[in-house]
Each structure stands twice: as structure tokens, then as C-alpha cells.
Design a protein. Sequence first.
Length: 362
Amino acid sequence: MMKRFFLSSALCLGFALTGAAQTEFRHISFEEALTAAKAEGKKVFIDFYTSWCGPCKRLAANVFPTKEVGDYMNSNYVCLKLDAEKEGADLAKQFQVSAYPTLIVVDTDGKLLGSFAGYKEGKDFIAAVDALKDPEMNPERVKERYLAGERNGKLVFAYARYLMENNRSYQEGIRQSQQVIDEYFNSLSDADRLKPENALMFTNYTYEYSNPRLKFMCDNVNAFDESLREDVKKMIAILYRQEAYRYLSGNHLVDEASRSAYDLFKKESAGLGYADDFAGMFRFIEKRAESDDAAYLAYCNENFPSLDDDAQSSLVSGVGEIFNTDTPEQKKAISAFIRKYIGTMSSQGVYMAAMSIYQLEK
């Protein structure tokens, strides 16, 4: 749902990233970085990137310039950014870099403390880098400690991240990590759940409206530490919006039980102040429930522009669930509806629309 803007790595390197509001990458050699880190009581962080790597560009554009990441990185590391195919090639070979981006942390003697590959942002990025400083938070050591029965928030979240990043099946990795977080949540008293060290359980590892952690957030939003309340509120809003998108992108109001669940969701949304935000989606959801395919398609043809960009994306992505697509005539009519609006949609909407058109017309 989030729109991201990409900058070339060349543009990002054109600026000397200084100040507390963004990560300061120093234009010095590796040996000079080790000397500086020793003098400043820090470690050395290296971002190995390539000019053609999309996730590398996203890190440069969306992560390193943020105040949250910059404040953490500048306080703890002497930071280098090296092209693994140019000036950083020899060092990349030394540290056996084979994927991009690869982020590494070394001590002041040049010894590798840890590394990870791929894109992360915000608190996830900070947590992943921070774990590299401590040998006890090395991924294999984290696994060993967890399986031995040790439990604390930092370890549990690191193990959950390990499960997501080291499973060949993305969905299975998510399932296993959620099981770990669920078990930890259930083992805690309400007072312990509210401790700042357990905040990631809510702000980073709660993915679904149906998860009990969402109800806990709603019931206790003002009991969280003041520094966390805005993050908790944002996560509540995200999860409720995702649930609205789920209803919009399917035909879910099929019996009394599903209608009761929807009515409860709608009531909760109003209580949280989302009624006006979701009003357009609610009209579509309820029109689908009371209409046959032809009537609902006519409604979509007439009212689709009233939805915001993300709602439009959700609707067109779900046409296979919303409508009966068993007949060529119905597929043709749905495809014509999407083609009518594809030129007015956001970039994400165009992508979703193209995928749906392909499924309908292939």
C-alpha cells in the first residue's frame, strides 16, 4: 500500500550525508574507518551496494536519510558505503559478499561481527543492525538460545526475524514467526506486555485484524509508554484499513455470521474514528452483498472514481473473488471495466489492474 520513490545511488552519493537527521557516510578508506571507530568508541558499518540493485536504491532513498535511522547509525558506527563492483570489490570479496545490499558490522580490528542482506526499514533495520554488534545476537546463537528455553523480548523478536529470513517459503516463515510471537504474548501479564522492550510485538509483528494483540492495543492504547502511543495508534489504523480492504476485495457477506462479523468491524471502526475514512469502501462492500454480479459491476463502472487509490487497487486485485468469472462474457465485461479506469489509477493500481486483466484475458 505504501508508495515509495526511488533515487539512483549516484544521486544519493552526490550528497555528503551529514547531521543527526540522516546517516553520515564518510568518504574515507576502510583502514581510516577502523582508526576513527577506535578513537570514537564505535564500530564500523559498511553498506555494500551495486549501481543496478533496486533494494540498494530503496535503502539509500527511504532508510538512510531518516532521522530515526540516522540518529542510531551516527551514534554507534563509522559508516561506509561501497560499490561492491568498483571501489569496494576487494573488501566485498574479503567479507564474502554475494548478495546486495549486504550490510556488515566489524569491530575496530576489522573482524566481522555479523551481516545480513536485503531491504529493511525503520525499527526493523535498526534492530537488525544492532543485533550484529553482539555475538550473543548472532542468528545461529539466537536460535540456540531460544531453543534452549531463554525468553526475553529482544531474543524473541530476533528469533522471529530469523525464522522469516531463513525459510524457503515466505508464508511458512511468517507462520512460524507469528507462532513464536503469539506464544510470547500469551506468556506475559498485561503489565509486561506494556513494557517498552516488548513494543515490537505490537508495532512490528502484528499483521492481522483477527490477532488478539490488536484488541489488546485498542483496549490499552493510552496505557503504553507515551513514546510508543503514536506508533501503536498507527498500527491500529493500518490493521483496520487492511481489514476494510479485505472486505472490499472479496464477496464476504454471504451469511448471518459473516454479516455479524462485518457489522462489528464497522462499529469498531466508527468508535476509533475511521467511519468517514472507510465510508466509500463500506458503500461498495454493502452494495456487493445486496447485488448480483451484473448490478454490482454496473455500480463499480459508475462509482469506481469515488474510491481512493489504495481502495481502487484492492478492488481490481480482487475481481476474481468478487465476481463469478466462469463465463467468457463475464470475464470480458470485468476486463472492460478495469480497462476503462486503468489510465487513471496510481502506479500500484496499474500493476494490480494489469495482473487482473492478464488472469481474465489469458
